[in-house]
Design a protein around this ligand. Sequence first.
Ligand code: DNO
Length: 365
Amino acid sequence: MKMVFRWFGEGNDFIPLEHVKQIPGVEGIVWALHDIPVGEEWPLERIKEVKLQAELHDFNIDVVESVNIHEDIKLGLPTRDFYIENYKKTIERLAQVGVKVICYNFMPVFDWTRTELFKELEDGSTALFFEKAKITNIDPIELVKEIAENVSLTMPGWEPERLKYLTKLFDLYKEVTEEDLWKNLHYFLEQIIPVAEENNIKMAIHPDDPPFSVFGLPRIIINEDNIQRFLKLVDRPANGLTLCSGSLGANPNNNVAEMVRKFADRIHFAHIRNVRTYENGDFIETSHRSSDGTVDILSIMKAYHDIGFTGYARPDHGRHIWDEKCRPGYGLYDRGLGIMYLWGIWDSLERLKQGEKQCYQSMEI
Ligand code: DNO
C-alpha cells in the first residue's frame, strides 16, 4: 500500500507540505490544477510546476484527483468529442511527468453532496453531514448558495463555472436516464482507455457520493453490481476504480470489504474513511476508527492486506478538530490521525503474517 495525501496547491490549501511531510509514511501528494476550467487542456508548464513543488519535499505526484469530466460528455452532447480530445491531451501531458493514476467521477452536475459542512459531533468536533429530509425538500440552487457562503476556497466538484449554469444543466438532465448515462460513460471509456494504456496510466473512477440519486439526477456507480457492469464496459486493467469506503458506505447495504476482494486487481486507488449512517437515511462523517462509524474499516483493511494491495491509498475526509482552520473535510489533524490508524492496522497485519515468533523476538529488543 502506497500512502498518499490530498493537497490542493499553494494558496488553495491551509496545509504546508512541510507539515504533510511529518505524517509517517506518506509518499506522495494527490493533486489537481483546480483553477483550470473543466474541459480545458492542462498546460504542461503548470503540471511541471506542481512536480517541482512536490519534489522539493520529496513527494511523488503519481496520483491526480481529479481531471473532471465536462458535462457535455456526461450528457452525450455532440460537443463531447471536443472535450474528449482535450482529455486525451491532458492524459498525455500527465504521463510526461510520470503520473500513474487519474481519479475522476461520472456524477451529473454535483460531485459529492452534503447538506452541512460543519455539523457538530458529540465531542465538539465537526464534520460533513447529509440530511436526507433536507435534500428532498431544498432547491439545489439554494443548497449551492448555502455551501458557497461557508467556504472561501475553490471546492472541487463545486467549481463556480460548473454551478453557474445550474438551472440549464438541470433542464438538460431531465432527458437523461440512467441507461443514457451508462451509454455516455461507455463512449467516453472506449476513447480514453486506449490512450491511458499507451501512456501507462490507470484510470480510476470514483463512486457516486452519496451512492444514490439526489435531486432526481441519475447516478450509476453506486453498488457492487453496477461496479461490476462498469468494469465490463471496457474490460482492461486501465479501466479501474478509486474504491471509496465512505462514499459507498453511505448505503449500509454496500459491503466494501467484499468489494475489495472482488475487484482486487482493478482497484488502483483506495479512499479510506468512515461514516455513521442513521435509519432515517442521514449520515455523518466520523473519525477513521471502525467503532466510530458504521463502515467496518478494520475488515476493509484486512481485505486490502489479504489481496496484497500495492496500489495508492489515502485517508479520505477527516473531521475538523482542535479548532483547525481548514477546508471542509480536509484538515491536517484528523487525516493525520486517520493515517496512523490505517498504518496501525496494516503494520499489525504485517507482523501477524510474518509469524508470532518473530513478533515476540522483536518485542524483546
Ligand atoms: C471528495 C472526493 C471527491 C473526489 C471526486 C473524484 O472529497 O473524494 O470529490 O475527489 O469525486 O473525481
